[in-house]
Design a binder for this molecule. Sequence first.
Ligand code: ADP
Ligand code: MG
Length: 990
Amino acid sequence: MATDQPREREIAAEDSIKVVCRFRPLNDSEEKAGSKFVVKFPAGGEENCISIGGKVYLFDKVFKPNATQEKVYNEAAKSIVSDVLAGYNGTIFAYGQTSSGKTHTMEGVIGDPNKQGIIPRIVNDIFNHIYAMEENLEFHIKVSYFEIYMDKIRDLLDVSKVNLSVHEDKNRVPFVKGATERFVSSPEEVFEVIEEGKSNRHIAVTNMNEHSSRSHSVFLINVKQENLENQKKLSGKLYLVDLAGSEKVSKTGAEGTVLDEAKNINKSLSALGNVISALADGNKTHIPYRDSKLTRILQESLGGNARTTIIICCSPASFNESETKSTLDFGKRAKTIKNVVCVNEELTAEEWKRRYEREKEKTARLKGKVEKLEAELSRWRQGETVKVEEQVSLVEGPDVTTPVAPIIETKIDDGPVPATPGGGLMAGSLSNEERQKLEEERERLYQQLDDKDEEINQHSQYVEKLKEQMEEQEELIACTRRDYEQLQQEMNRIQQENESAKEEVKEVLQALEELAVNYDQKSQEVETKNKEHEALSEELLAKQAALNTTASELQQLRDMSAHQRKRITEMLANLLKDLGEIGVAIGGDENLKVTPDSNGKLEEEFTVARVYISKMKSEVKNLVQRCQGLESFQTDCNKKVSDYEKDLGECRLLISQHEARMQTLTESMKEADARKRALEEDVDALREECAKLKAAEQVQAVSNKEKAEEQEAATKMRVALEEQMDQLRGAHQKQVASLRDEISDKQRLIAELKDMNQKFTLAHHQMQCDYERLKQEEADKSVKLQELVLMNERREQARKDLKGLEETVSKELQTLHNLRKLFVQDLQARIKKSLTVEDNEDDGGSLAQKQKISFLENNLDQLTKVHKQLVRDNADLRCELPKLEKRLKATLDRVKALETALRDAKEGAMRDRKRYQYEVDRIKEAVRQKNFARRGPSAQIAKPIRAGQHHMGTGNNPVIRTGNRENERKTASIHDEKRRITDVGIIYNT
Ligand code: ADP
Ligand code: MG
């Protein structure tokens, strides 16, 4: 059919649109809702009838719910494949409400042999046909996939193309300009393209079900073939359209934007309805194709050059009855449309020539006929009656009305110009020239419209790109904002740190000042303490010296007292001896008296003597007793002395003041000695008198005569002795009393000394304690002093630093001051000058100048203040600067590192992508080759080589034909260029 038909069917033939109707089974929800099956299929062989609510509809074919996908395909769509391959255009579109089975019919489940719909079956069939065709045919198959949503054409194979425009080619056939075309060489490739388009559709949309029910999806297969023997070229376009749901808006309960959408969708569908109605109403000259993009794309399919099949999809449920009815009405209307189909053939030069010859012949024939007719007319006008036999026959051969004319006519008539109600009649009254003009005008307007469309498309693409860029920029901005926030936070932190550091410094300075004040106080205290300490140590030294002297004095006194004691004991021993001797001497008296007893007289004298003696004895006894008392007294005294000594020993301090007293004491002792000596002398004298008395007694014993005298003398003597004794006793008593007094005095003295000594020891102890305390304090203070010295040093250092700063500041101030001075001088000089000049002129000016000067001076002062402040601030900031710089550096480093990491990652991703692409292409090629090997030699499918693809130009590869290489190279280079541009775009974007 494909081989011999085109030659015979180069003329166009009228062909009505084929309408088939498909009912799906009741779905679950309909069954649950208890919907009834309201459609009736009249029994009979012909399955082209259907009745609903008593109304009968006739279609080319009616498919019952149980009709399989295969059946539908075979009976409704299969023939289109051979038509397309024979160079005809074809269209299949599915119409019906949402979920009536449009997508199920058109697409089904791709890959499932039972459930796959029309599109996959057509694709498979096209390739199978090609494989079965002659070898000398070469095919180029390309596919496009786009959707129409809200009257915008969105390319499903390139998401950046969101608003494509519809243009007309040189034959005034509308096409989607700029839609991506994919060259395919196997069904698998087509399916891949479909998958890609579907995934792109999914990506862009949130609610896919709703979106798919509101958008029309168009899959376009473009088949071009060339006979390599006679260079005959045929082309066929096959539109496979899955329309949006045809239901009314009210049913979906849409609102707001959804309602807008629904209206828009309904608009395009109502435009379709209008077009179909206009076409069905044969009288209408204007068909409103331009009302929507959908109708423009389907312009050729509806009343144009295409074999069109409409599949009406319906639900059999009672719930959807009204929708089903309106759908069936639509199909009914569409059925009346007549298309004019012809083969799309690119004629060769020879063909054109032949056609030309034929036309020429025809013209000559017509010319002859016109001449004949004119001749007949002139005869008629002249009043002749031409016989029936002579009349030119108006019925001519089939060549007279060429079918090209109606095509041209319809095409001319389909424009908007004659859209006025009486357009058809007006056209008749228009002259040819006017018609020409209007035609041109319309052409121009269409051109403008197309240009505008194109502009819109470009703009929308640009907008899309800009959107992408905006998103990227926004991301970047967000990123930078985050960074900025982080940096801000860091800054805040640093500032806080800075503040706290400043406060710390202030505190430290305050502490330092306090310490300095403390230090001054302490140093003063230390000085006073040192002074005190010195005074105390001096005092101590003096005290010690005094102590030493008193100790030595004490020693001396002790020695002296020991010496005196010795002497006293000696004296007392002598006294006792003397008294003993006296006693002996008194005891010896009796022996002395016994001796003269032998004589009578003497006895008396003796007795007297004895009396005397007894008296003396008693007296001596008394004396002895007194001596004993004295002795005991003396021992007491000794004891007391020893006590004193002890006291003296305890009392370490005996001061020189007591020396004098001691001296007086020693003097008194000496006096006592002297008295003792006197007493001794007295005792000696008494001994001598006793010796004398003995001698006298002896003399009495010798001479009695002298007894009386002697007695007298003895009595006298006794009396004298008694007197002497009395005297002695008195002196003795006096002496003892004085001694006693002296001893009591000394005791008192000793007690006083003791007290003093105790006081002194206590004072000494106290002083020692104080000394220790002071020492401790001194040590503490020296430690503190050291600390303070250290702090002082630091303060000195700080002071030096401050001095340096002050110096620099003062220098700057000095320079500023100098400048000011210079400025003032200059001003003064100028004023003087001006004064000398203007002195005579007026005084008011000078006053103003003075004011100005004062004003300027004030300003200068303020400026200097500000300058000082600034210098201070500058110093502070300079301190902060290096820290911040460091931080900044660190951040910059981090940013750099991140950037490099990012770049690396991107490069890696690019590489991976390229590798992946290469791999995919390689696999495709392998699959294709395998397929080819399986099928054996048949017609060729040429697929242009695309950039980045493996070149397969081997000898046994049948795909690429040498004769066609130039073309392929061109396409390839164009693709290459495109790809390069997109790559550049990608690189630019990244
Ligand atoms: P539409 O594209 O018109 O909105 P779908 O093709 O998505 O409707 O069909 C809706 C549901 O009905 C799908 O789950 C589909 O599988 C099912 N369906 C449609 N037609 C048939 C049929 N003839 N046989 C079985 N199931 C069908
Ligand atoms: Mg659908």
